[in-house]
Design a protein around this ligand. Structure first.
Ligand SMILES: [Zn+2]
Length: 407
């Protein structure tokens, strides 16, 4: 038992393991695990299963429901998703902590960004998913190893959930996250810190994905053009109307992110599919945004020979900082200060599984992963020193909760 209550020993412990931590991030990042690359995800999962086995908990792999989506042809299709890895220990302990991460990245198997390499004399690690969030998973693994060697560890039980569809909005794993979360008093998520200084994301906007499918009527572009109903042109009207909603309600945005319509230029297009992402600061805004879209759809459906369908909705509700969540942020801040880390938090337009946890009422801090930058781009990098720094921080938080509780 190297750590009783001498938490200063932790600095030394992580310093001794820094190279092993870095090696594991590199090993994980070298395997492509884009959200739809199921074989890559399986490989990453198997590496993690081997490493997490040292903690002595129980493990299981949980399949998830397939993702439903609207194809370019305007019909619903399904796609298989990667399973969730669940690892847990001491489920009978009075205080239960959920530790949530994801194994998938935004970089598919065909993406040009696949290489992992050290930069700036080993200060930075450049590679797909090193920061979002393979580095965060390594932080979690080592912090749990430190916790398990602490004399207070028996006071808490923990459950690790590692999902494989976070980067596409957790369509398959959301149900498992919500069901597991109900057993827990608090949760941590290992998304990267908000900035290179290590600050945390506080409140988060809610996010909805909608698909609009316009049905018009096809006709020969030369022989009977006027008998056709052009689905692309009608969709263009709808898009301008959606775009004109900006500014009507503070903080609410509608991003038209994808459009597909038509097959050949000498035919009036019958189908046009458009996908939009909506972000809202508050739940009331979500209702407002949804009603606006429904009104637009109803108006179109009054036109002769056009039909507009609206699919989708809010996958992630806004994360608002209730008093209990705020207390958890303050606890993290206090423990960080003892480690000479000055951390604060700010509102964020981005979403994470922290939104899902807040929806079921579980206080959570969702950016306890590593420090780095340029995530979701080919310039993604990890600040190598943050591996040990954040593992030490998480270990101290878990030990503090084991010793003093959280209520
Ligand atoms: Zn992430």
């Amino acid at each position: 038992m190297p750590f009783g209550d001498h938490t200063s020993d932790l600095t030394e412990y992580f310093a001794q393991h820094q190279q092993q931590m870095l090696d594991l991030v590199i090993e994980l990042a070298r395997v492509n695990s884009g959200s739809l690359n199921l074989s890559g995800i399986k490989q990453v999962r198997s590496i993690l299963q081997d490493h997490f086995a040292v903690l002595g908990g129980q493990q299981t792999v949980m399949p998830v429901a397939p993702m439903k989506f609207i194809s370019d042809g305007g019909v619903q299709e399904e796609r298989e998703l990667g399973s969730v890895l669940r690892i847990w220990k001491r489920p009978e302990a009075p205080l239960q902590v959920l530790l949530l991460g994801h194994m998938d990245t935004v970089f598919g198997v065909d993406h040009k960004f696949q290489e992992v390499r050290l930069l700036d004399e080993g200060r930075l690690l450049h590679g797909p998913g090193v920061t979002d969030m393979k580095g965060g998973l390594v932080v979690l693994l080592w912090a749990l190893q430190a916790l398990e060697q602490n004399k207070f560890a028996d006071n808490i039980g923990w459950e690790v959930l590692l999902t494989a569809d976070e980067e596409i909005g957790s369509p398959g794993s959301a149900e498992i996250i919500a069901n597991c979360a109900k057993k827990h008093s608090l949760a941590f998520v290992f998304e990267p810190a908000l900035d290179e200084a290590g600050n945390l994301a506080g409140a988060r906007k809610g996010s909805a994905n909608y698909t609009l499918v316009m049905h018009g009527k096809t006709a020969h572009a030369g022989r009977n053009f006027f008998e056709g109903r052009n689905a692309i042109c009608k969709m263009a009207d709808v898009i301008s109307e959606i775009n004109s909603l900006h500014g009507e309600r503070e903080g609410v945005t509608f991003n038209v992110g994808y459009i597909h319509g038509g097959e050949v230029v000498n035919s009036v297009p019958e189908i046009c599919v458009c996908k939009i992402n909506v972000r809202v600061p508050k739940m009331l805004d979500a209702d407002w945004a949804h009603n606006c879209l429904q009104t637009i759809v109803q108006e179109i459906n009054e036109y002769d020979q056009y039909t507009l369908e609206l699919h989708g909705g809010f996958q992630r509700k806004p994360k608002e900082l209730d008093p209990e969540t705020l207390r958890l942020y303050e606890l993290v801040q206090e423990i960080a200060a003892k480690q000479n880390l000055q951390l604060s938090w700010q509102s964020c337009g981005g979403v994470s599984d922290g939104n899902n946890l807040s929806e079921v009422g579980v206080p959570n801090v969702d950016t306890l992963g590593v420090r780095g930058g340029k995530i979701h781009s080919s310039d993604e990098y990890l600040v190598v020193a943050s591996l040990t720094e954040r593992a030490e921080l998480l270990a101290k938080i878990l030990i503090s909760i084991s010793e003093n509780g959280f209520k």
